[in-house]
Design a protein. Structure first.
Length: 405
């Protein structure tokens, strides 16, 4: 027999497949743990999260020339106004509007707007929301999202909180007395705004006294200007439901603010404030067309009074920072006075005399509210609790609301 001879190619293949097995066996038997130190890597960045509270301070009010609530939300993409032209029903925050958005002045919530389904469809009810003139405001906090702890249990969409001016807001630096006069005109609704104020501030007294007046008309549109022509016709400036421009209206509002705070000594401080607004918006409803010879006019009346008395005690204590007692009183009235009638007919020419009006009915529907509240608040100094500093606050606030329609 001839002895077997291994070909060179077969020997090469065998060596290739044999080496990994030997390497694996050697690695498995000789593996030792290796330790290495890696430096910590810290990544820094800014997280862009929409702010839950948007604060509009006095400087921003001046810079952006905020004259009314429409200017207030001009640059806010998620905040708007719920406005039907004749009635302004408050704010709309992230799709939630109406009474689901709370409105307060110096911590006192304004009453919700009421809308009667029977009267509202005929325009015989004033469903507007009360507010305050921005001329009397130093800070406006717009809370986006539910904040029941601060704005009330019904404010699911958020809240708008106004803080009125103080005496030091009307002063120049290093001055103790100041006077403010402000006049403005808006071509949007031909509105004049006039404001006069006085301020005093020193180590003992901080006082402010302001008055503001607004006089204007309806917001103009791109249609034909002027008052309606007599009778029906074609075009935008006509009587009836086909009218293409807003109904003519005139409004006049008076707003005032009086506030004083007196520092008795280093530990005791007292003060009082009174602010209010009253006015009306008279609308000639040319778009009303029950019959060709009928007419209707509406006078929407708003009235509000807010009063506050407070006492603040700041003791020399290691745990108690301050104790403050407040008494708030608010009285409001929202009314709609409607006048209805017919234009007389001249039986000689059988033409309707549109320059004369005969009053047939007068409706006066109003809603009055009264609000009383006593508030007691305790604030503590930062306390060492759980390894950190914690400040505690206790607030007791019983209130009574009286509604009359």
């Amino acid at each position: 027999m001839k002895p077997l001879q291994m070909l060179p190619i077969a020997a090469l293949v065998g060596s290739i497949f044999g080496n990994p097995v030997l390497a694996a066996d050697e690695a498995a038997s000789e593996t030792t743990p290796v330790k290495a130190e890696i430096k910590a890597v810290r990544v820094k960045g800014q997280r862009n999260v929409p702010a839950a509270v948007e604060r509009v301070n006095l400087n921003r009010i001046k810079q952006e020339m905020i004259r009314d609530n429409k200017d207030l939300v001009r640059y806010s993409t998620d905040v708007g106004l719920s406005d039907s032209g004749r009635h302004q029903k408050g704010f709309a925050i992230r799709g939630v509007e109406g009474n689901r958005v709370g409105v307060s002045i110096d911590g006192v919530n304004l009453p919700d707007s009421e809308e009667n389904s029977l009267y509202a469809r005929y325009g015989n009810f004033n469903s507007s929301r009360l507010s305050i003139d921005p001329e009397l405001v130093r800070n406006i906090d717009i809370v986006k999202g539910a904040d029941s702890f601060n704005t009330g249990s019904g404010a699911l969409g958020g809240g708008v909180n106004y803080q009125t001016l103080q005496g030091r807001d009307l002063l120049l630096p290093e001055r103790q007395f100041g006077v403010m006069m402000k006049n403005g005109y808006s071509t949007r609704n031909r509105e004049w705004t006039n404001t006069l104020g006085f301020g005093v501030s020193n180590d003992r007294v901080d006082a402010a006294l302001l008055y503001s007046q607004r006089r204007g008309h309806e917001t103009e549109s791109a249609g034909k200007r002027g008052y309606p022509v007599e009778g029906a016709g074609s075009g935008a400036n006509i009587r009836g439901s086909a009218r293409g421009i807003p109904d003519p209206s005139q409004h006049k509002y008076h707003s005032f603010l009086g506030k004083i705070a007196y520092q008795i000594n280093d530990n005791h401080r007292i003060g009082a404030s009174l602010n209010g607004q009253q006015g009306h918006n008279y609308t000639v409803e040319e778009s009303y067309n029950l019959t060709a010879s009928s007419w209707r006019e509406a006078d929407d009346v708003n009235r509000r009074r807010n009063a506050n008395l407070f006492y603040e005690w700041m003791p020399d204590s290691n745990w108690l920072s301050s104790l403050k007692a407040d008494f708030d009183y608010q009285k409001t009235k929202v009314a709609a006075i409607n006048y209805k009638g017919l234009f007389p007919t001249n039986y000689t020419t059988w033409e309707t005399e549109y320059h004369k009006k005969e009053v047939g009915e007068i409706y006066n529907r109003s809603m009055d509210t009264r609000f009383k509240r006593f508030t007691l608040r305790l604030d503590s100094h930062p306390l060492q609790l759980g390894g950190g500093d914690t400040a505690c606050r206790l607030k007791l606030s019983p209130a009574a609301v009286i509604l009359k329609t």
